[in-house]
Design a binder for this molecule. Structure first.
Ligand code: NAP
Ligand code: MG
Length: 505
């Protein structure tokens, strides 16, 4: 397929809620508009779940869970269904990519070559994993058998943001479903369309009714209703710290459900004077912040560079930034698309204004663009040089194509500045010295540290943050633990005195 603009015009996306195995409008027929950030036009109106709809979805999920149709199905049956889902996603790759691209502003080339294939890989990976893990037998006394097993938690509420809708959904839904849970997914208001397509494919793959539900809607309504529902056993959330911490409140005020949070970041890219290859560093730094127009939770939004190489590195970063092909996400050669919404563009521009008013900061880029006359949300890659790390430009998450540059006089000062943040999602260190690299990797308070690279990632490793960046970890085999609870079973084998005081004997 090459004419993505024509293909987008011919799309008729599913816009209804998916509850208990069927698409249906909201109980009160409410809808909200979803826009195409490439040109600001309305794509469709999407059903807006209210409290009654969320209750119906959670009740269906709970019923499906307690019936055992999925949770107690043979692992190989769940595996077969999830493989089939991955196959169907592959068959519908173009359509999924197109929905993701028009709804979020991701370049179609990324949606088709990165986002959807990654989501497919995640479903396959967890399907493959579930019959490779065994439970434990504890070293109990001779006359007993003590089993430590893992069981699905029950109903998982997944609340996701708009920056990588399908990938983040897969990180949560795939391990949750693979381990036998039921899922109720609340996509972001800006980007519900790929999730609804996923629901249709899941049903076609044989995921039983009630096991996977999708309830698009407004955060404070549908998101809150899910967070407060007493039949939800765990919330897995990715988004902003403010909303994420709100889910802890919902949990405390309802049933004390588990809450795993993946929040934002202000991730530092630290470049020391002995960096092995400044041009490689400059390229990784530019991709590390400008990929997906900077709307990446682990985007490397702070560059902390040793003073002696500041000018040379900055020149190279600016050269890479100005070489990106920024344009209509539906053109195959576009490398960087749009900001996801008018609101988010405003937010990023408010930081450009702040930087322009600061006499110690030099601003490069920062212009709103209109490629091919499109009235979408395009912003030139932006660099703020001379940022005081303790100022808002050094501390606050901008979540757009904006890099804040600060200098340090030594490696120790660079690492101290890197750690001087409320966040701790990711960090990088560029150096030729092995010991410095290892020491820095230990000292950087971040869930992921890259040495002489940035943004290398795969489902094989965990992802999540320290400090205000959150508590949960998506991806890797550890995610299987995140969607299961431990159960202890003591069996008296007879022929002895197995008492509850065994430990103190
Ligand atoms: P957000 O406003 O926190 O929204 C995240 C989700 O929560 C959306 O589905 C949203 O629904 C919902 N929500 C909003 N208000 C709510 C409320 N009062 N109660 C319950 N749910 C509510 O975040 P965003 O603006 O979509 O995404 C950008 C943020 O996410 C950035 O700060 C970014 O750093 C962070 N992020 C972090 C990671 C990570 O892995 N650490 C990954 C991606 C993004 P609506 O869409 O309807 O508002
Ligand atoms: Mg949209």
């Amino acid at each position: 397929m090459t004419d993505w603009i024509a293909a987008a015009a011919a799309l008729t996306p599913e816009t209804r809620l998916f509850i208990d195995g069927e698409f249906r409008p909201a109980a009160d027929d409410a809808t909200f508009p979803t826009f195409a950030p490439r040109d600001g036009t309305e794509i469709a109106r999407v059903s807006s779940a209210g409290e009654a709809d969320v209750d119906a979805a959670v009740t269906a999920a709970h019923r499906a869970f307690t019936s055992g149709i999925w949770a107690r199905a043979d692992r190989r049956e769940r595996q077969r269904v999830l493989f089939r889902l991955a196959d169907l996603m592959e068959e519908h790759l173009d359509e999924l990519a197109l929905l993701e691209s028009i709804d979020s502003g991701h370049p179609i080339s990324d949606a088709r070559n990165v986002d959807v294939p990654n989501a497919i890989r995640v479903f396959r990976w967890y399907a493959e994993a579930i019959d490779k893990v065994s439970d434990q037998v504890a070293p109990a006394p001779e006359q007993a058998l003590a089993l430590v097993t893992r069981e699905a938690l029950g109903v998982i509420g997944a609340v996701v943001p708009w920056n990588y809708p399908l990938i983040i959904t897969a990180w949560k839904a795939a391990p949750a479903l693979a381990t036998g849970n039921s899922v109720v997914l609340k996509p972001a208001e800006n980007t519900s369309l790929s999730a609804l397509k996923l629901a249709a494919l899941a049903a076609a793959a044989g995921v039983p009714a009630g096991v996977f539900n999708v309830v698009p809607g407004l955060g404070p309504v549908a998101g809150q209703a899910l967070g407060r529902h007493s039949l939800v056993d765990k919330i897995t959330f990715t988004g902003s710290p403010k909303v994420g911490l709100g889910f802890l409140g919902y949990a405390a005020e309802s049933n004390g459900k588990l809450v795993a949070l993946e929040l934002g970041g202000k991730s530092p890219q630290v470049v020391l004077a002995d960096a092995p290859d400044l041009d490689a560093a400059a390229s990784a730094i530019a991709w590390g912040i400008f990929y997906n127009a900077g709307q990446t939770c682990h985007g490397g939004s702070r560059l902390i560079v040793e003073e002696s190489i500041h000018d040379e590195l900055l020149t190279r970063v600016l050269a890479h930034a100005s070489a990106f092909n920024i344009g209509d996400p539906l053109l195959a050669d576009t490398q960087i698309g749009t900001i996801a919404s008018a609101t988010q563009l405003e937010r990023v521009l408010s930081y450009v204004e702040l930087a322009r008013r600061d006499p110690s900061v030099t601003v490069y880029g920062g212009e709103v663009l209109q490629p091919d006359g499109l009235a979408g949300y395009y912003l030139a890659p932006t660099v703020f040089d001379g940022v005081d790390n303790s100022s808002p430009l050094g501390q606050e998450e901008i979540f757009g194509p904006a890099l804040s540059v600060s200098t340090a006089r030594s490696a120790a000062e660079a690492i101290a500045l890197a750690n001087d943040s409320e966040y701790g999602l990711a960090a990088s260190i560029w150096t030729s010295d092995l010991a410095t690299a290892h020491r820095a990797a230990r000292e950087l308070r971040a869930g992921t540290v890259w040495v002489n690279s940035y943004d290398v990632a795969d489902v094989i490793t965990p992802f999540g943050g320290f400090k205000r960046s959150g508590s949960g970890r998506d991806r890797s085999m550890h995610a299987l633990d995140a969607y299961t609870a431990l159960k202890t079973t003591w069996i008296d084998l007879g022929g002895g005195t197995l008492s509850s005081h065994a430990e103190s004997e």
